[in-house]
Design a protein around this ligand. Structure first.
Ligand SMILES: Cc1cc2nc3c(=O)[nH]c(=O)nc-3n(C[C@H](O)[C@H](O)[C@H](O)COP(=O)(O)OP(=O)(O)OC[C@H]3O[C@@H](n4cnc5c(N)ncnc54)[C@H](O)[C@@H]3O)c2cc1C
Length: 449
């Protein structure tokens, strides 16, 4: 199953190639279709027991808007399109089952931030919009406030904050910190404000419910292999049947470069998570996990610890880049080794609770760290859109971007839309040979420190 060369080139049409690199512009690697994503299901998927399977596309269809990818972005965009114009025929095609990507593999932390966007009002609007949606649609995803710390191994950030007379930040240091988090790995911690946590798989399941209630047609196990300009419409190709659609929204996030789109602007970054068994309330108190739900290490390669809404203590780390924009991570034993190393360095006394749950995930990133909401390609008859690359922080941003994208698709002017970055504003990244050299080297170096 290979995507056609033409589509790969359509995706790379926006590439500003460095001179002399044309031969290395695209790789013929094509989309990846493993039965299961690397490392199996996430803890949240296992606890949720899996969603009822949706039918796969068996017969060719027509649609007003065909959405490729059934994660948060695809489902939210579909919901909002149907809310805005109920008469639209909106189809979602998902290569595996809904939420097979990052949307059920994330750490469940939510706050008012769009990476790479300085406009805090925009981020606050996005969070408020997300919260309103959860309330209005009675979404059951264990959404709740989360006490949060930013943790540092040395005093430098703390000293800088102390020298700033106007700073209103709250810090915890020394023995107080050790007692508060049951770890003597860190020197200082800053209290984070305005954080929430939720159950990622429950959120996905609720998006699925609401999308179906609004009449969105969803097909699972239906990988899209390419998109062709047919003159009068866009032809979305799958192995069995095609969808003829006026517009196509790529909600394929880290998988998009392998589909042949935005390959010069977006690159996949692999993550690995592990989690304890469900802890009893007594264990949670005993290990001082009850006060601070989310614990971020804001390093170049950020590390997140958290007590999930399900009562599991978990850790998420960044692994790195795999060649050819692959979204599969081959060396799971390396990932496991790394995640255990980080966990026990910080919480040696938690060795006994063990880490029986582990899973892989992949996020899409840009050099600017800004996400993208944009049209792509060069079709004259219809439009291909892309919303994604949330740079590791996408629960709220995927929701708000999908909402603004839906408004843009149906032609509603919204000034907030202009805060999202277009494809043309993104710096191009070199093709894979150079990309691998740069990214693999730097990730490996940072992880070895
Ligand atoms: C380990 C980890 C921790 C994270 N932690 C947080 C966090 O704490 N807070 C936060 O806000 N964000 C977090 N994120 C990011 C967040 O999960 C993502 O930004 C968000 O899920 C993106 O949703 P999406 O729908 O755009 O992409 P995805 O969920 O990746 O969905 C893309 C979908 O497209 C499908 N697909 C791919 N190719 C094809 C094809 N050819 N045809 C059809 N379908 C296709 C995939 O199967 C997938 O279901 C984390 C991510 C990871 C991996």
């Amino acid at each position: 199953m290979k995507i056609s060369r033409r589509n790969l080139l359509l995706g790379s049409a926006a590439v500003t190639a460095a001179p002399g690199l044309a031969g290395l512009l695209t790789s013929d690697a094509g989309i990846e279709l493993p039965k299961r994503r690397s490392g199996g299901p996430s803890l949240w998927q296992k606890l949720g027991g899996g969603l009822p399977a949706l039918p796969s596309l068996q017969q060719s269809q027509t649609a007003d808007i065909c959405i490729v990818g059934g994660g948060y972005t695809g489902l939210c965009a579909a919901i909002y399109l149907k809310k805005m114009q109920p008469s639209l025929r909106v189809l979602v095609l998902e290569s595996h089952q809904l939420g097979a990507g990052a949307s059920t593999r994330n750490s469940g932390a939510v706050y008012a931030k769009f990476t790479g966007v300085d406009d805090q009002d925009f981020a606050e609007q996005g969070l408020q919009h997300f919260k309103n949606f959860l309330q209005n649609e009675s979404v059951d995803c264990d959404f709740q406030p989360a006490n949060t710390l930013y943790l540092y191994e040395d005093n430098s950030e703390y000293k800088a904050a102390q020298s700033n007379q106007k700073s209103t930040e709250q810090w915890i240091t020394g023995d107080k910190l050790k007692a508060a988090i049951a770890s003597d790995f860190y020197a200082t911690a800053k209290v984070g404000r305005g954080f929430y946590k939720l159950n990622p798989a429950k959120l996905l399941s609720e998006y699925r419910r609401i999308a179906l209630e609004h009449g969105v047609e969803i097909y699972g196990n239906t990988p899209v292999l390419g998109i062709n300009d047919k003159g009068s419409s866009l032809d979305v190709q799958t192995s069995i049947a095609d969808v003829s659609s006026d517009k196509v929204l790529l909600a394929t996030n880290a998988y998009t470069p392998r589909l042949g789109y935005v390959a010069s602007k977006v690159f996949p970054v692999h993550q690995y998570s592990c989690a304890s068994d469900k802890l009893s309330p007594a264990q949670i108190r005993q290990f001082a996990l009850d006060k601070w739900d989310l614990r971020f290490e804001p390093n170049t390669l950020p590390i997140t610890f958290g007590l999930s809404t399900t009562g599991h203590f978990f850790l998420r780390i960044v692994l790195g880049y795999a060649s050819d924009n692959s979204t599969e991570w081959q060396d799971i034993s390396y990932a496991r080794e790394l995640v255990h190393k980080y966990f026990y360095q910080r919480y040696p006394q938690l060795r006994d609770i063990g880490l029986p749950n582990e899973w892989h995930g992949v996020t899409a990133h840009t050099i600017s760290t800004q996400s993208i909401a944009s049209t792509v390609g060069d079709s004259q008859v219809g439009k291909v859109y892309f919303s994604g690359a949330y740079n590791g922080l996408g629960i709220m941003p995927s929701h708000y971007s999908a909402y603004l994208m839906a408004r843009n698709i149906v032609g509603i002017e919204d000034s907030a839309w202009h805060s999202l970055s277009r494809l043309s504003q993104q710096l191009s990244f070199p093709p894979d040979y150079y990309r691998s050299l740069m990214l693999k080297g730097s990730f490996n170096l940072l992880n070895s420190l």
